[in-house]
Ligand binder design. Structure first.
Ligand SMILES: *Cc1c(COP(=O)(O)O)cnc(C)c1O
Length: 345
């Protein structure tokens, strides 16, 4: 029996078209900006997200780090959600490398941070305080269940930030999921932001890579910081070739992942005692939990794994993510297995 891996959309493997494009990619030394395929990807992406320039980075964490280093100086402060990837899951790298101080604010269940909270957190000039140098939002919001932030909310954060002369970075690891779920152009989620990061290596199914986007000046600094972090690559056109295919072929199909996630949630909702979030399912994630007195979360995760379904523990929830390579039949089978395992405990 095939293992149905719903732990993350990072487990996706490149499509046949990507493999073909990678095989045929024209490459050069990107350290000298001489890889034509990397250059083309960076142009395509900048155009697609409505920013002046973009840069290929080896990972989303590094792309986020390049944004933080670009916007903040030593001792500068970044306002961000307390359930964001940047605050929770990135080893505090910007503090280690950039001496940047985080100011975490509570994320609501819908992935937002209250505007009043953001405004109150922006520091006045005072010799005792760090200086507010950046506001970050995450879209879609992973820990809140893959919920998409709306263009209206994004615009209101940006307007508030403008009034205080503070830049805004969007951690859009899954920003295309958010755009597709809302039936809008991704530019509606980036307009007015100073920088954006998104991952090629998640639902877009590339083997490696993330993009950081912003002004030409900002990207020139990111090139320098990427070098400093050891993230400059050479014949990276082999990776960029997959990225170009992702931009052309893998965005619209995210809708299929979203309908598969809805199907999974519908099937799981028939299990007694199960709790599901978010309500409703909007993108490619379903979080579920039981009253953990009955079975520990670790044990349920392990039992499901042994029965052929991979899910991932995130705090008190188990997360299932639909993605390229998971079809409707897999989702039905996974739901059947999950229901059977839960019924047996
Ligand atoms: C995955 C993820 C990242 C980091 O990307 P990596 O490629 O794993 O380094 C950053 N932010 C969010 C919201 C993510 O989901």
């Amino acid at each position: 029996m095939r293992f149905i891996d719903l732990r993350s959309d990072t487990v996706t493997k490149p499509s046949p078209e990507m493999r073909e494009a990678m095989y045929r990619a024209e490459v050069g030394d990107d350290g000298y900006a001489e890889d034509p395929t990397v250059t083309r990807l960076q142009e395509i992406v900048a155009e697609r997200v409505g920013m002046e320039a973009s840069l290929l980075a080896p990972s989303g964490i590094m792309a986020n780090m390049l944004a933080l280093l670009g916007h903040c100086g030593r001792g500068g402060e970044v306002i961000l959600g307390n359930r964001t990837d940047m605050y929770m899951w990135e080893c505090g790298g910007y503090s280690v490398v950039g001496a940047i101080h985080p100011y975490p604010l509570p994320n609501n269940e819908d992935g937002t941070i209250d505007l009043e909270e953001i405004e109150a957190a922006i520091r006045e000039e005072d010799m005792h305080f760090p200086r507010t140098q950046l506001i970050c939002i995450e879209n879609s919001h992973n820990e809140c269940g893959g919920v998409p932030l709306t263009p209206e909310y994004t615009a209101s954060v940006i307007a508030l930030a403008r009034r205080h002369n503070v830049p805004v970075h969007v951690d859009g690891a899954r920003v295309f999921n958010s755009a597709v779920a809302q039936g809008i152009d991704v530019k509606a989620l980036t307009r007015g932001a100073d920088s954006l990061m998104f991952c090629l290596s998640k639902g877009l199914a590339c083997p490696v890579g993330s993009m950081v986007c912003g002004s030409r000046e900002f990207i020139a600094e990111a090139v320098r910081n990427r070098k400093m972090l050891g993230g400059q690559m050479r014949q990276a056109g082999f990776l960029a070739a997959a990225g170009i295919v992702a931009m052309e072929q893998m965005v619209d199909r995210l809708a299929e992942d979203h309908s598969n996630a809805k199907l999974l949630a519908d099937m799981l909702s028939e299990v007694k005692e199960i709790s599901l979030k978010p309500q409703p399912i909007r993108t490619n994630m379903v979080f579920f939990r039981l009253p953990w007195e009955r079975i520990s979360i670790e044990e349920l995760e392990a039992r499901l794994h042994a029965e052929g379904v991979g899910v991932l523990r995130m705090h008190e929830w188990l997360r299932a993510v639909t993605h390229y390579g998971i079809v409707e039949g897999d989702v039905k089978q996974a739901a059947t297995i999950i229901r059977r395992v839960i019924d047996s405990i």
